[in-house]
Design a protein around this ligand. Structure first.
Ligand SMILES: NC(=O)c1ccc[n+]([C@@H]2O[C@H](COP(=O)([O-])OP(=O)(O)OC[C@H]3O[C@@H](n4cnc5c(N)ncnc54)[C@H](OP(=O)(O)O)[C@@H]3O)[C@@H](O)[C@H]2O)c1
Length: 307
């Protein structure tokens, strides 16, 4: 199969395009012909080795996909060859920047009929992350006020729509060129972070969902009301410590399972979620996609289209 892979950690230029052996389904697994796979914010960190050292080389990046089942392993009774499925790799695993993947069947779900493979690949991990963060971790409620940091990114694009679906008042931050985009996703208030410091214009929030990290993340505690809670997904495994017992600091545990994939499907089918802006790449353009992702300045999702 054709794959984008690397044999040493480093910059985008360590990525090679070539042939790797086709995967084989072990017990409990299915093999999927991948139609589309997305680039996620963690991928370049894995490539650099700053996030974790990978367990073997050659190593294939990528965490989510949409495609067709082409092999069914022993003990799998919930899928047959030809089923259209999508999924997110287990925590600690990657391998979707390629034409085929062997995955635990339990981490896959039937692809919804309406959206394309590209759309579903774009939504899989960001949907799971947003649902676990906003619903299961922050327990956001109707009428609450939330600040979602980094509104134009993939996870935040989903989270803004989910928070509006719940009935919350949504404030978000982005650069000037993405203000109309995040308004289109439903944000009630948008702060251009280059023109205004959010700490000066936002206060009394019930919740903060931070997808940016660094000093931006720490600022969450300046704008929460007493009793407020903040969730951090871009500040390492431990999140950000709260400076006071007045606030709750949370680090969402973004585990992967079929019920959360089904939750993403439910939200799509309810019309609550539209697909974020998508920029398409071929596998041959992986280095370009990695560079753009690592710049952290683009809109929505970067998606590989294989077929
Ligand atoms: N399992 C997990 O815990 C988990 C899962 C998924 C993602 N993550 C993490 O979550 C983070 C977000 O990932 P992602 O893929 O959604 O997006 P991303 O690629 O990390 O971020 C891209 C977006 O960030 C925005 N941005 C950059 N600097 C900003 C700032 N100072 N203020 C506001 N917005 C800013 C950019 O908008 P502008 O161009 O307008 O600046 C761009 O749209 C990453 O760190 C990723 O590793 C964690």
């Amino acid at each position: 199969m054709k794959a984008a892979y690397f044999e040493e950690h480093g910059g985008p230029e360590v990525i090679k395009i070539g042939e790797l052996p086709d995967p084989v389904a072990s017990a409990g697994e299915i093999v999927i012909d991948i139609h589309a796979a997305s680039v996620n914010g963690a991928d370049w960190k894995v490539r650099e080795g700053s996030y974790k050292q990978v367990p073997y080389f050659p190593y294939v990046l990528g965490r989510d996909f949409s495609g067709t089942v082409c092999e069914v392993g022993e003990g799998v009774s919930d899928f047959v060859i030809g089923d259209l499925v999508f999924g997110v790799c287990d925590v600690g695993q990657e391998g979707t920047y390629c034409e085929k993947i062997a995955m635990k069947a339990a981490l896959c779900a039937i692809k919804p009929a309406g959206p394309s493979h590209i759309d579903v690949a774009a939504l899989a991990l960001i949907g799971l992350t947003a649902a676990i963060s906003v619903e299961d971790t922050l327990h956001l409620k109707a009428g609450e006020k939330i600040l979602i940091q980094g509104g134009a990114g993939g996870v935040a694009s989903f989270a803004i729509q989910l928070a509006k679906h719940i009935g919350a008042y949504v404030i978000t931050t982005t650069s000037a060129g993405n203000v109309d985009y995040v308004k289109g996703l439903g944000a009630d208030e948008v702060i251009d972070y280059n023109a205004q410091d959010f700490r000066e214009v936002v206060s009394d929030c019930d919740a903060v969902f931070d997808t940016v990290g660094g000093d931006v993340a720490k600022g969450a505690f300046d704008i929460l009301k007493k009793g407020g809670r903040a969730a951090f997904i871009a500040s390492g495994a431990n999140g950000v410590e709260s400076p006071s017992s007045d606030f709750t600091s949370l680090r969402p545990n973004v585990y992967r399972d079929r019920p959360h994939l089904k939750r993403v499907v439910e939200l799509i089918e309810a019309g609550a979620i539209t697909v974020p802006a998508v920029k398409l790449f071929s596998l041959d353009e992986t280095i370009e996609a990695q560079k753009l992702s690592q710049s952290r300045h683009f809109r929505g999702k970067l998606v590989f289209n294989f077929r």
